[in-house]
Unconditional design. Sequence first.
Length: 510
Amino acid sequence: MNDRLNDTTAAAMAHIDTQALATHTAGSWREHIVPALRRYIEVPAKSPMFAPDWVAQGHLHRVVQSAAEWVQAQRVPGLTIEILQLKTHTGQARTPVLFFEIPASAGTDADRSPAAGSGQTVLMYGHLDKQPEFSGWRSGLGPWTPVVDADRLYGRGGADDGYAVYAAIASIQALQAQGVAHPRIVGLIETCEESGSADLLPTIDVLRAPGNNRLGDVGLVICLDSGAGNYDQLWLTTSLRGMASGVLKVEVLTEGVHSGDASGVVPSSFRIMRQVLDRLEDSATGRLLPERFHCEVPPERLAQAHATAAILGDTIVQRFPWAHADCGGSSAFVLPTTADPVQALLNRTWRPTLSVTGAEGLPSLQDAGNVLRPYTAFKLSLRLPPLVDAALAVQSLKALLEDNAPYQARVTFESGSSATGWNAPDTAPWFHQALQAASLAQFGVGYGTIGQGGTIPLMNLLSQGFPRAQMMVCGVLGPQSNAHGPNEFLHLPYAQRLTAAVAQVVAAMP
C-alpha cells in the first residue's frame, strides 16, 4: 500500500494538537455526554420489532427529540438539524430520523489550517432504538437504570449505540475548538436499526432526490455502530455478516392432550422441530449444511484474520461469560467451538451460524403439566457470510424447512427481518494513514482490523450508493460490553479516545 499522503491530508494531520483534542473530547464526555446518556438510558425506546405500539408509547420520539435538543444546545456554527418522519403508502407513520448538516469550514487559523479540499461530504451514522430488556442483569443494574461503575456506564442502548450522535457532534466541536478545517458533514441517526432499518431507506431516497440531493457527494462514511477487538487501540470493521430471521412453527394438534394418553401415537412437535432443524444445521458441530449459505473468504480478509488473531490471541474466546460447574474441587468451564483464534474469528465473521433466540408453545417449568403440547415455535436468527444475498437465503431457508414435513405435520416458516452483509471497499492510502495516525495519537498503538458477526443493514446500501466512499465502521462494543444481553456497558475511556480519533480522521479527509 502506498503510504504517501497528499499535501492537504498531511497538512491537516500535522497541525492538529492531538493532546488538546483528547483533552477536549474527554471534557465533552464528562460534562455533557454522560449526563445526556444517563437520560437516554432511562427511556425504554425499544425498536418497532419489539414494540409494535411504539407510536402510542412515544419513547422513540422522546429520545430523538432529546438528542435534537442536545445537539442544538451545542451551538455548532452553521449546524442545522431536523427530525424527518415519513409515512408509508397506507398512511402509517415511519420511525423518525434525525438529520443534521454542518457546512465545510476552512478553519479559523489561516496560517495553519488548509481549506477543505475535495468538496466531498462526511456522513455520520448511528441509531437510537434499542433491543429489549433481556434477563440476568446483576444486582443494582438494569436495562433502564443508568449506573456508572468505575469506567463503565451500564444500561441498555448506551453502547449500542445511543452514544453515536453525541460523540459525532463532540468530535466536530473538538476540531473547531482548535480552528482546524473540516469538510461538510451530515448526520443520519435512525430509530429502526434493530428492526432492519426499513424506515431509513425511504428517508435516504427523499434526501437524495434528483435536483435536491441533501446528502451530497459522500467521500467518507463514519458508522459508530460497530465493535472493538480490545480497548487498547482503534479498530476498523472490515466486514459485517448478514442476517435472515423468522419464526419456525411445527403444529401437530389443535389443542394439548394428556401425554400419557397420546405419546407414542401423536408425534412430538419438539421432535419434529429437531428433525427439521437437522436439515439446516449439524447439531454436533454447528456447521450449516447447505453450501448455498456459505461463501469463500477473500484472501485479504483471511490475512487480516491472522493478523488480528496475533493481537488478540485467546481473548477472542475468553471474552465471553462462560458457564462453569464445580467438579471435584475444580471449575470446569464450557468449551468454545474452537480454541484456534483464527478459526474463532472466521466462525463469527465469515461463516453462517444458527441461533434460536425465542420460543413459544413451551409453558414455564412451574406450569408444565403432563400435556403433549399442540405446537412448538422457535424464533431463528441465521447469520450469513458478508457475500451471501439475504433475499435468496430467505427463499432457500423457507423451502428447506417447510417441504416434506415429517408425519405431514404443519410446518411453517414466517420470515422476519433480513439484511445482506457487507464487505469493506479497498482502503485508500490517505484513509489508512489517517487511521494509523489517529490510533497512535489517541491510543499509543496502531489500528487493528476486524470483521464483526453482527449486521448493520445500512452499510451495503451506502457502499452501493457511494462506491468511492471510504467506510470508517467502528464502535465501542468491545470485550464483555454485551450489547443485546444483560449488563450492557459503555467503556467510557475508550469512547472518549474513539471520539478524538474520529475527529482526526475527519480532518484528514482530502
